[in-house]
Write a protein that binds this ligand. Sequence first.
Ligand SMILES: NC(=O)c1ccc[n+]([C@@H]2O[C@H](COP(=O)([O-])OP(=O)(O)OC[C@H]3O[C@@H](n4cnc5c(N)ncnc54)[C@H](O)[C@@H]3O)[C@@H](O)[C@H]2O)c1
Length: 359
Amino acid sequence: MDTNLDFDYRPKLGTRRDFGIGIIGAGAIVNAAHLPAYRKAGFNVVGITDADVARARETARKFEIAKVYETVEALVDDPAIHIVDIAVPPWNQLGLVRQAAAAGKHILCQKPLSNVYVEAVEIVQLAGAAGVKLAVNQQMRWDQAVRSARTLLSRGWLGDPVSATIDVGILTDWSAWPWLLTVEGLDLMYHSIHYFDSMRSLFGDPKQVWSVATRYPEQKPIGETHTHTLLDYASTFRALVAVNHNNWTTDRFATLRIEGTHGYLKGTFGLLYNYPYGRPDTLEFYSRAHYPHLTFQHVFEEMWIPDSFIGPMGELMRAIGEGREPETSGTDNLHTLRIVHAAYRSIEERRAVSPDEIA
Ligand SMILES: NC(=O)c1ccc[n+]([C@@H]2O[C@H](COP(=O)([O-])OP(=O)(O)OC[C@H]3O[C@@H](n4cnc5c(N)ncnc54)[C@H](O)[C@@H]3O)[C@@H](O)[C@H]2O)c1
């Protein structure tokens, strides 16, 4: 059954979409997601650079990008570039934001904004002082199932939400990201951060965070790969994010379930069922009035990666055009990072931690 309902899930684009984009970093995510999404959206990628210029040249050839800059300075100084799109490991992001902001360019940062909270705050302050817009590529908010859930919640189809669960059991091949093998904080900082940000986009900020985490006996990375994080809203609603990267079976899953007083929703994140190929997201909805019958189920045409990468860049362009802050502004993102850091503190101190404790 597919009722062709309008879930209003697609990224909204402004009237002006031809802002010149300059990309710093020609690595895995730029090739797999940024550039395919921007091509689909018709965005104007002016040029690219990378510390390894050969990588930038190869990416430029693949995506027919006209300019390859030998240095970051040359990119940020090009008047044809309005938005600097940074996609490098987080510990290199602050220095690049400093350069882009000094050149008066708007900025799209990759997540995590920084792995060090005070540096994330400094990034936000740098952009504010320079008077440029800064957004974070926290694009799972634009994932088809997440955005549709937001629409259904806002239209009251679920009634009062009582519980939300993101439950992920996948087999992650960490060798695809060699630099992640040696980070101390792994799942929460680099993966579950998407789920925390998605929960925030649906339900706002939790009051407290409880988290437990562990490693898998044979795993290669030094960081945690199996986590459970409870987001406590100090109300009749609570959210759980449960992630296991060591599911060696063929029974892989990546689901979002939201239970409300009137309705129940189940979404799947298709990308994670056989990453990086994936399959589209799905959505099922049960209305309490029709239960036990399924009210509708839907299979989307798009996928989390690359399609949702149109979201943060499109939203940043709209924010520039409308003179307002983007939805995933740096300031907003500090709230997501506070959940991540509260979760690590919770693990270390074996207690519930308020995100407000993180400063
Ligand atoms: N939003 C998402 O869903 C998502 C998904 C994957 C990765 N990421 C983030 O994207 C970033 C990049 O990840 P990746 O997997 O593409 O990494 P990668 O290692 O494949 O690519 C990073 C590239 O950045 C270049 N680089 C590093 N420092 C630089 C500097 N100072 N100046 C110029 N170039 C520099 C490297 O040479 C490399 O080519 C990370 O922060 C990661 O967390 C986000």
